[in-house]
Design a binder for this molecule. Structure first.
Ligand code: SF4
Length: 173
């Protein structure tokens, strides 16, 4: 099985694709220039995949007292929770052989933890959320190694992550 490169999914903006809401990227050269030599990197942008387009009005996580949703900051009626959740579920069928995921930190779609959540009751942001799309994938595949780009650039955490990816590939491919 391991004569092919192991697949790692990566948030598209980290690969230099200008898919952020404002038409910019968050390119991490180490990922495209070094990691890509050893791994098959799969570019995934959930907000583009669900048709939000570029440029787009930004969304944030909103806690209405019942649940946390991904909604437009200026237009809360622009609720993207279901599309982002559905797309997260579809990835399990589209890419059943990914062995790790590098997510963009702090995104209401891709963030793995401590994403800002606007609490309607208090009127304040709290750093306690998970991106809707990332949460869907992490819940469905709790053993899949995941990391955000900030932790990935920490050498010790990067080595740990890649070691988990290799083990995951050995078990599941
Ligand atoms: S953080 Fe996720 S949703 Fe936002 S631009 Fe990057 S890949 Fe797309």
């Amino acid at each position: 099985m391991l004569n092919k490169k192991i697949k790692i999914a990566v948030s598209s903006c980290l690969l230099g694709e200008a898919v952020r809401y404002d038409g910019t990227d968050k390119h991490i050269e180490y990922i495209t220039q070094q990691l890509a030599k050893e791994y098959n990197l799969i570019s995934l942008c959930p907000e583009m995949a669900v048709g939000m387009g570029v440029p787009r009005l930004p969304i944030h996580l909103l806690d209405d007292g019942y649940s946390v949703q991904a909604c437009g900051i200026e237009h809360p009626e622009n609720n993207q929770t279901k599309p982002l959740t559905d797309y997260g579920r579809s990835i399990l069928d589209l890419h059943p052989d990914i062995c790790g995921y590098i997510f963009k930190k702090n995104s209401p779609s891709c963030g793995t933890d401590k994403v800002k959540v606007f609490n309607i009751k208090s009127g304040e942001y709290e750093q306690r959320g998970q991106g809707i799309y990332a949460a869907t994938i992490m819940k469905a595949l709790p053993l899949l190694p995941v990391i955000d780009e900030e932790d990935f650039l920490n050498k010790r955490m990067q080595v740990e992550f890649l070691s988990k990816v290799l083990k995951y590939a050995e078990v599941y491919l």
